[in-house]
Design a protein around this ligand. Structure first.
Ligand SMILES: Cc1cc2nc3c(=O)[nH]c(=O)nc-3n(C[C@H](O)[C@H](O)[C@H](O)COP(=O)(O)OP(=O)(O)OC[C@H]3O[C@@H](n4cnc5c(N)ncnc54)[C@H](O)[C@@H]3O)c2cc1C
Length: 249
């Protein structure tokens, strides 16, 4: 549970506070207040006064401030339609209004439509830690979930994207979902979600050849209480094919 609450007015102050052991950034607070965090005591550093909410298109990139809400991103005029769809699938309106973009990536599980789409987009995270700034791809971030304050997330705008999912009901989190992004030069990134601890990168190639096989192979050992591996492999291949058709028009 939260044992201390801080609301710094500057990044410097926030970083000093976050340097202390047992201290976590607080975005929208929707995950941090959940039972998953109940077993630990920690100090929370609320980011809301830090002016990290802006979403700006710069050239071919969209720069998304860490504390922009999922709903801010959904409503932004530059947000690609497939990303809007993934954000809509991530959570209902009340949660989208509170949950931040950075908090959602930091806390994402293996059934996150939003994180899968951001992984396919090869989102780059700017992370401040010990007064140094690094930029890491979301895939690298999800593998290690390092400490540090995410301040910005950048995604490309000069791409075609598609998202497809299968779930128990239209608004439920996916059992199998596929996010596909294609750059003008042919680069193709495919991410899958629906099981495990984080979305998986199935392919990052110079063209789309082998897309269905990559989708199948990635879910080779994906059996859980929701679906067999065979079901996920076949469904992912079908959804990947549909996504490819969608970006090819
Ligand atoms: C009723 C309810 C329903 C939910 N439904 C879903 C759902 O359907 N799907 C789903 O995936 N999740 C769901 N969640 C979980 C939660 O809403 C999401 O994980 C949410 O997107 C987290 O965003 P946040 O900004 O609220 O994060 P917070 O709770 O503020 O933080 C989450 C984690 O991210 C870290 N963090 C926050 N900001 C930063 C930053 N800038 N830099 C580094 N680390 C940071 C925090 O320290 C913490 O570890 C639900 C929660 C509730 C309460």
């Amino acid at each position: 549970m939260i044992t201390q609450y801080h609301r710094p007015a500057s990044l410097d102050e926030a970083l000093q506070l976050l340097d202390q052991p047992g201290t976590l950034p607080l975005g929208g607070g929707t995950a941090i207040n959940s039972p998953a965090y109940k077993g630990q005591d920690f100090a929370a550093v609320d980011l809301q006064a830090l002016d990290l909410k802006r979403i700006e298109a710069k050239g071919n990139m969209l720069e998304i401030g860490a504390t922009a809400s999922l709903q801010d991103l959904l409503e932004n005029a530059h947000t690609p339609a497939a990303l809007q769809q993934a954000v809509r699938q991530e959570a209902a309106l009340n949660i989208r209004n509170a949950a931040t973009v950075a908090g959602s990536l930091a806390a994402c599980g293996g059934r996150s439509p939003f994180a899968a789409m951001m992984l396919a987009l090869d989102a780059k995270l700017t992370i401040l830690s010990n007064a140094s700034s690094t930029t890491v791809g979301l895939g690298e971030y999800l593998a290690l979930r390092p400490r540090g304050l995410i301040t910005r997330i950048d995604i490309p705008l000069n791409v075609k994207c598609a998202y497809e999912q299968v779930a128990r009901t239209p608004a439920d989190l996916p059992i199998v979902a596929v996010a596909l992004v294609q750059w003008a030069g042919g680069r193709t990134r495919l991410a899958l979600t629906g099981t495990g601890n984080a979305p998986l990168l199935a392919m990052d190639g110079t063209e789309s050849d082998g897309l269905e096989a990559a989708a199948k192979n990635t879910f080779h050992e994906s059996a859980d209480q929701w679906a067999s591996a065979e079901y996920r492999m076949d469904t992912a291949a079908t959804l990947a094919k549909r996504c490819l058709a969608a970006v090819s028009v």
